[in-house]
Write a protein that binds this ligand. Structure first.
Ligand code: TYD
Length: 136
């Protein structure tokens, strides 16, 4: 469950002078079936989102507009990913502590998720996350 399994995936891009087009197919372009889509928008400057881990959820995070940073932490290593193109996304596997910051104004953060919303899948306390990592 190392951070090395989290990576930027480049999506197909149909360039067109009328406007570019990108598409995402679950289990083809990203390695899971998409059960839910949600997005963060109208994010005030200086905000930080996230600050939790998921026990079993896989996610794919795309900057649909603007830019932001996603910081991932597997309990050993921390890595910051800057997302600023709608044809790139960050694949995030379970048991990674994450937060999102450095939002540009007007940015939209879209998240594709492998499951529906379940509060029981969240770990919202960092110490509890570290404890869970080391007890596995
Ligand atoms: P949360 O995932 O905790 O975001 P953040 O860590 O950035 O604050 O979600 C914020 C709130 O929205 C929380 O009360 C749960 C709710 N929520 C849903 O009801 N459904 C969803 O799909 C998501 C992602 C959140």
């Amino acid at each position: 469950m190392s951070i090395s399994e989290c990576k930027i995936i480049e999506l197909p891009k149909i360039t067109d002078p009328r406007g570019n087009l990108t598409f995402i197919e679950g289990e083809r372009h990203i390695p899971f079936d998409i059960k839910r889509v949600y997005y963060l928008y109208d994010v005030p400057g200086g905000s930080e989102r996230g600050a939790h881990a998921h026990k079993g959820l896989y996610q794919f995070i795309v900057a649909m507009s603007g830019s932001f940073d996603v910081v991932l932490d597997d309990g050993m290593e921390q890595k910051r990913f800057h997302l600023n193109r709608s044809y790139y996304g960050l694949y995030v596997t379970p048991m990674k502590w994450r937060f999102i910051d450095n939002f540009s104004s007007g940015s939209v953060c879209m998240v594709l998720a492998s499951n529906r919303y379940e509060e029981d899948d969240y770990i919202r306390d960092y110490d509890e996350f570290i404890h869970a990592i080391h007890s596995n």
